[in-house]
Every structure is written in C-alpha cells, then in structure tokens.
Design a protein around this ligand. Structure first.
Ligand SMILES: [Zn+2]
Length: 147
C-alpha cells in the first residue's frame, strides 16, 4: 500500500503515492511536507506521511465538461426549434460543416429544420446569409434533464 497521502493546496485529499514518489515531488517543489514521520529522514527530507501540493489542482469531477454531445441532446437543448427560421426542427445542423472540419460538439451544432439544413449546405451561417437566432452553448446536466 502506498504510504503517503497527497492533499490538494486546499487540504482536500487526492490520492496516495509511494514514499519515493512523494520525495520526487518534494525535490521538484510541486509539493511540501504537511505531516512527517518523527525522527526519520530520507536524504535531506523527513519521511513524509502527508504532502501538500503547492499549487491547487482542479480535479476532473470539479470541472466536468458537461453532458456528452448527442443529436438528441442538441434537439432537447434547442427545444426542437430551428436555429435559422424558428420552425420545428427535425435534424441538427453543423454550424461549421463537417465537410470542412466541423466537429460534433455542443458549440458547433444546432437544431434545424430540413429546409434550412438543405439551404445552408456546406456553408457557414455568414456565407449562407443565415444568422443564428441563438448562440449554441454547452448545456448543463440540469437543463437537459428539465426538458
Ligand atoms: Zn428552419
């Protein structure tokens, strides 16, 4: 079992590492000793029990990128409303077309009706003269669940 607990700069526990790994962190000055074994040293360092990161690390669960992208999710986010004409949407449109490198992402896709989707084709909204009625955003989990 790894012996040393690593804690974040705000003292929140993160994970455990070996003593050797903890010493390397101390050498690189990414961590400082928070708690040490009494009367034991490795080289110039006391044997750490707990090391604290010098800089705060944002852990993955704290900055979830939001729900995974899906076609159904885009339609739900946009209330099945076409972003170009406001009519009922039956499909999704890639704002920067996929043929030109546009991705399946929340910010690059919007609900659209078939007619607008066809009319826009392989053009951007600016090229097609079809301004978006709303800015596509990354939805929160809550906003997707609520609709
Ligand atoms: Zn439309």
């Amino acid at each position: 079992m790894d012996a040393v607990l690593v804690i974040n700069a705000d003292l929140g526990p993160l994970h455990r590492v070996t003593v050797q790994h903890a010493i390397r962190m101390l050498c690189r000055r990414v961590a400082e000793i928070h708690e040490a074994e009494p009367d034991q040293v490795i080289g110039i360092f006391p044997v750490p029990r707990v090391v604290r990161l010098v800089r705060y690390v944002v852990t993955r669960w704290r900055f979830s990128a939001g729900p995974a992208w899906s076609r159904a999710g885009v339609l739900r986010r946009d209330g099945r409303c076409c972003a170009y004409c406001g009519g009922p949407a039956g499909t999704i449109d890639h704002i920067l077309p996929r043929s030109r490198g546009g991705r399946n992402s929340w910010r690059n896709t919007t609900a659209a009706c078939y007619a607008c989707n066809q009319r826009k084709g392989d053009r951007t909204p600016a090229e097609a003269g079809m301004p978006l009625r709303r800015e596509p955003v990354v939805p929160s989990w809550a906003s997707l669940a609520a609709r």
